[in-house]
Write a protein that binds this ligand. Structure first.
Ligand code: SAM
Ligand code: SF4
Length: 328
């Protein structure tokens, strides 16, 4: 069983399958774009599956696929199948912008995907196009319907809370849980790399940050009942609006830091293992994969590097990669 220096059990591997994306969200990547990784520098599906096997041998039982946009990588269901066949992996999930789900949800579910998180920052098609630099909100809704039809459950909708941008809609988004069994989750904006300017028409990113307390105040009309936190249940604080089939969650890496319970390890598309999202430390698995090294002991070494927590409060920000290059 994998335990780090601070006694945290590492059971969750978050894998970025690509740094490419069919959107350009303002908080995730710089206005001017980023140079993509070449196809040869990203891990093949077989290589990713070998990393999962090694991690599973050490006690990892849950895998999430992310990106960039994971659904733009060709034949993603094949990777889901490979990972589902790894002994010890009990849960596979996916974080997506939802644009390609309409076409792919059924195949993903058949391959072994259990559940899905879909990013949805606004209910307004115009605002969506502005925040994503051109996205079509109608396509996302059709993707959500397809995910539901394919039996992916629960469906979690993720919203980055942004003062002055979508704070007027957070209550309406949370109200979706009154009529659907969805989990609507609000995420605090994280200062990862491109936090200087989001381009014309956007205020300075630091003025848009909304801490958990401010988000909760906006949701007060829903009469939220806190739900008990289960071990390994993830970073979201969960609430049940009175009488709702769904849930509301808040992911608050800054306002209510959760590093002491962090059970995660991350793998970037180009094969860097990162012990923490919010620190630049990373170690490549590529030599071990391509030159027959010992993956299991490499993963153990990376776990040893896992910091006690991020240091955003001391103004230590990760600067090496933007969110889509890490795999948010
Ligand atoms: N493309 C997929 C998507 O959008 O869901 C997966 C990758 S995306 C990087 C994963 C999540 O990170 C999304 O929910 C996105 O909203 C979130 N994210 C990106 N940049 C962020 C930031 N600076 N602060 C907080 N969340 C961020
Ligand atoms: Fe792409 Fe997701 Fe980043 Fe938006 S948040 S640019 S969809 S990777």
């Amino acid at each position: 069983m994998l335990t780090d220096r601070y006694g945290r059990r590492i059971t969750y591997l978050r894998i970025s399958v690509t740094d490419r994306c069919n959107l350009r969200c303002v908080y995730c990547m710089p206005n001017e774009g980023i140079p993509w990784q070449s196809h040869t520098s990203i891990l093949s599906y077989e290589e990713i599956a070998r990393v999962v096997e090694a991690a599973a041998a050490l006690g990892v039982n849950e895998v999430r696929l992310t990106g960039g946009e994971p659904l733009v990588r060709r034949n993603l269901p094949e990777l889901v199948r490979l990972i589902a066949a790894v002994p010890g992996i009990e849960d596979i999930s996916l974080t997506t912008n939802g644009l390609l789900l309409e076409e792919m949800a059924a195949e993903l579910a058949a391959a072994g995907l259990k559940r899905i998180n879909i990013s949805l920052d606004t209910l307004s098609p115009e605002k969506y196009a502005r925040l994503t630099r051109g996205g079509d909100l109608g396509k996302v809704w059709r993707g959500i319907e397809a995910a539901e039809k394919a039996g992916l459950s629960p469906i979690k909708l993720n919203t980055v809370a942004l003062r002055g941008i979508n704070d007027d809609e957070l209550l309406d988004q949370a109200r979706l849980t009154l009529t659907h069994p969805w989990h609507v989750r609000f995420i605090e904006l994280m200062p990862v790399k491109n936090q200087l300017s989001w381009g014309p028409g956007f205020p300075a990113p630091e003025t848009m940050f909304m801490p958990i307390q401010e988000i909760l105040a906006l949701l007060a009309p829903l009469d939220l009942e806190p739900m008990p936190q289960k071990e390994g249940s993830g970073p979201a604080l969960e609430f049940k609006p009175r009488g709702a089939p769904g849930r509301v969650g808040i992911i608050s890496p800054i306002g209510k830091k959760f590093c002491e319970n962090c059970n995660r390890l991350r793998l970037t598309a180009d094969g860097q293992l990162r012990p923490c999202l919010l620190s630049d430390e990373e170690v490549s698995v590529v030599p071990a994969l391509r030159e027959a090294g010992d993956l299991v002991s490499l993963i153990e070494r990376v776990i040893e590097l896992k910091p006690l927590g991020h240091e955003l409060e001391g103004q230590v920000y990760p600067s090496g990669r933007c969110m889509m290059q890490i795999g948010g």
